[in-house]
Ligand binder design. Structure first.
Ligand code: ADP
Length: 258
């Protein structure tokens, strides 16, 4: 499958396969999807051909983060990815109504993810990002199996509780042979808009500690800020919506390292 994806995505026969990053977190709400959406958008803005698979099948948020929700067009035997903000997207959210719960079990989930990899006309890609569901469940296993070239990028907040659960996902990835691309610490402090003082709402040091423990690099520390949240609610990633915001600057810098 990885070979088929590489073949479908290679710019020319024998050309380089896309770099693949599976973005993971231990638990929900740490900003994994937001970070993934912004890294994808920043990479696309830098001129790269970027695909994003939303493998957070039950808790998908790609349609909201990119402000797009429509059924993918099928041409021939392949689904066309949905394009927004320069990124080619595929998400369960494009197939179901917003209020419908997705109640797929393991085998169906695996099949859906497999189709996202092989039955989508991704075209030539430089980078493919996969937004994993939080934790060490079926979908994460399926993605690691379907995309053996994926490197794991772990997102955590600085808080101990988040770091400890993120560590389990990192361990699962390394046990299945996936290389580690690094750690992004999100919600790393916030600057008070009235007094200018920085406060560590979720503590500090969790990202660095996780990276050290896993023997990988801390790629960046994204601060908590209002422009990022507002941009997400508006369906435009903050790196485009407010590129001068502290979160946007750091996410753009991290994307340039991928
Ligand atoms: P996850 O994918 O880990 O469940 P999300 O990306 O959905 O998390 O983010 C959870 C919530 O936190 C969203 O409402 C998002 O807008 C907000 N958020 C994430 N990162 C930041 C940040 N750095 N600053 C402000 N809000 C953030």
């Amino acid at each position: 499958l990885a070979e088929r994806l590489a073949a479908a995505a290679a710019p020319r026969p024998g050309g380089p396969a896309p770099r693949v990053y599976a973005v993971a977190s231990g638990k929900g709400g740490v900003g994994k999807s937001t970070v993934t959406a912004n890294l994808a958008t920043a990479l696309a803005a830098s001129g790269q051909r970027v695909g994003l698979i939303d493998a957070d099948v039950w808790g998908y948020s790609v349609p909201q983060l990119f402000g797009v929700r429509r059924h993918p067009v099928v041409l021939g035997e392949k689904m066309q990815p949905v394009r927004a903000h320069g990124v080619a997207l595929m998400s369960t959210g494009f197939f179901v109504d917003e209020d419908d719960p997705v109640i797929w079990r393991g085998p169906m989930l695996h099949k859906a993810l497999q189709q996202f990899v092989t039955d989508v006309a991704w075209g030539p890609l430089d980078v493919l990002l996969v937004d994993l569901p939080p934790g060490t469940g079926d979908a994460t296993l399926s993605v690691l199996e379907l995309l053996p070239d994926a490197a794991l990028l772990a997102v955590t907040t600085p808080q101990t509780a988040a770091r400890v659960v993120a560590r389990r996902v990192v361990r699962m990835a390394t046990e299945s042979g996936a290389p580690l691309a690094g750690v992004v610490e999100n919600m790393a402090g916030t600057v008070c808009v009235s007094c200018g003082e920085t406060s560590a709402v979720f503590g500090s040091g969790g990202g660095e500690l996780l990276a050290d423990e896993a023997g990988t690099t801390l790629l960046g520390r994204v601060p908590l800020d209002v422009p990022l949240r507002e941009a997400g609610d508006r369906g435009v990633p903050v790196v485009l919506d407010a590129p001068g915001a502290p979160s946007a600057r750091e996410l753009t810098r991290v994307a340039a390292t991928l």
